[in-house]
Design a protein around this ligand. Structure first.
Ligand code: NAD
Length: 408
């Protein structure tokens, strides 16, 4: 095993860049975060203070990759920049871990894959759900044959997501690709992983913004006293049940000084913000193995859970990620078993730790990447197909999307 120190640079010193990957890598033996890159110098400086060492700071990725000698880069900039930033890293001979989604279009994903192949470097996608302890156990139950051949997966995700998806850059398709790509790519990847990587054939989807709009402001609005635009500026802070104000002392990276640099607030009013994403929807996917899956997501709820039903020709399993339970029901017997999965500490139920560990093991030459750029591309393909299906009201054939991405 190589004892060499792994030198890492992070592009995008925001919530994931510092709060997740920065903190995890910082605490790992044999790893040094040598540099950070962010176009917001105030946020980046505050990010550096949360890490050990004295990282060199850069405003532009091309400058960072030219000057630094890195073994790996973590790309945690907003989704629409992943393609550009990953390609810059790969071209300078650096392995990359790109947080999901790989890119916001299939074409962008293909560009990353081609560049990685040419540079003979790895591009890994940050599908942390694959490291969720409950889903890992479910995958083992499926692979052991307990359920027989799986032909149907139903998944419902409930999450109070207004503050996450309607209050910052991901509320716009031009920056996030739309929520079927930005967030759904996680879920579409889980389907493919659980099913043994069949190819998605066709995708149907419906979605809408039913509640997180100005018609559903949950308090009385007085004439001449407008709502928002951000929670910290809003005069209805006391009456709004959804108020979310960043504590500038605790999170100085989101304070007024940082905001002045790029006009980026994380607390736009979830009801009045300009947006073109959905707050609920359903996608159905058909695979070439004959299996099919449905994914429902709803961001207007007090519940936080991902619930799965997985059906095979010998039995079915019901799963709650929140409760960390898996109930297996054999088809011909009443021998129902419920497994309670042990809690693992860390971000996303320990899944972030597993993801980073797997990336580092790969860089050290101790294994293959658990989730490749190719996997990222198929998840983006289903997400992009779902976005088109919603907008154009039609079923989208994934091979046509792939062909169009190759020809354009
Ligand atoms: N895997 C997961 O569970 C998970 C969860 C949340 C977010 N994400 C992904 O992580 C990524 C980052 O999300 P976040 O929530 O940390 O966002 P964030 O807004 O907190 O951080 C993004 C950072 O990128 C910086 N940035 C913007 N333009 C830049 C540029 N041109 N060059 C360099 N830096 C630039 C911003 O200033 C900001 O600091 C996104 O791709 C998101 O989809 C993944």
């Amino acid at each position: 095993m190589s004892k060499k120190i792994i030198k890492v640079g992070i592009v995008g010193a925001g919530a994931r860049g510092i709060g997740c990957f920065g903190k995890l890598l910082d605490g790992t033996a044999g790893v040094e975060i040598t540099c950070l890159c962010d176009n917001n110098p105030v946020r980046m400086e505050h990010g550096r203070k949360r890490l050990k060492g004295e990282q060199r700071l850069y405003a532009k990725p091309e400058e960072m990759f030219e000057k630094e000698e890195l073994d790996a880069a973590v790309i945690t900039s907003p989704d629409f920049l992943h393609e550009e930033h990953a390609i810059t890293a790969l071209k300078s001979g650096v392995n990359v871990l790109i947080d999901k989604p790989l890119a916001t279009t299939v074409k962008g994903c293909k560009n990353i894959i081609r560049t990685a192949e040419k540079a003979k470097k790895a591009a890994m996608i940050g599908f942390n759900l694959r490291h969720d302890p409950t889903l890992k156990r479910l995958k083992k139950i499926i692979d052991d044959g307990t359920l027989g051949k799986v032909f149907l997966i139903e998944n419902r995700e409930f999450y109070d997501g207004g503050k996450t998806y309607m209050s910052r850059w991901n509320r716009k398709r031009e920056w996030s690709g739309g929520l079927w790509i930005h967030k759904g790519s996680h879920d579409f990847d889980v389907f493919q992983w659980l099913l043994g990587f069949p190819k998605p054939v066709k995708v149907s989807a419906v979605a809408g913004l039913n509640v997180l709009n100005p018609q559903h402001i949950p308090f009385e609005v007085k004439k001449g006293k407008p709502v928002g635009p951000t929670c910290h500026e809003c005069s209805y802070q006391k009456s709004c049940p959804d108020v979310a104000i960043y504590d500038a002392e605790k999170f100085p990276e989101w304070n007024d000084e940082a905001r002045k640099c790029d006009d980026y607030s994380r607390d736009l009013c979830m009801y009045t913000s300009d947006k073109d994403v959905h707050d609920n929807g359903i996608t159905i996917v058909d695979y070439d193995s004959g299996a099919r899956a449905s994914h429902l997501e709803c961001f207007v709820t007090s519940l936080t859970d991902r619930l799965y039903t997985v059906v095979g020709d010998k039995g079915q399993a019901e799963v709650s990620l929140h409760d960390r339970t898996i109930t297996v029901r054999p088809r011909w017997s009443g021998d129902v078993v419920t497994y309670k999965i042990a809690e693992v500490k860390g971000g996303h139920g320990g899944a972030d730790t597993g993801l980073v560990y797997s990336f580092l093991e790969f860089i050290r030459g101790n294994g293959t990447t658990s989730s490749t750029a190719e996997h990222g591309m198929w998840a983006t393909a289903v997400g992009e197909a779902a976005e088109i299906a919603c907008r154009e009201g039609k079923t989208v054939f994934v091979n046509e999307l792939m062909k169009a991405a190759c020809s354009s």
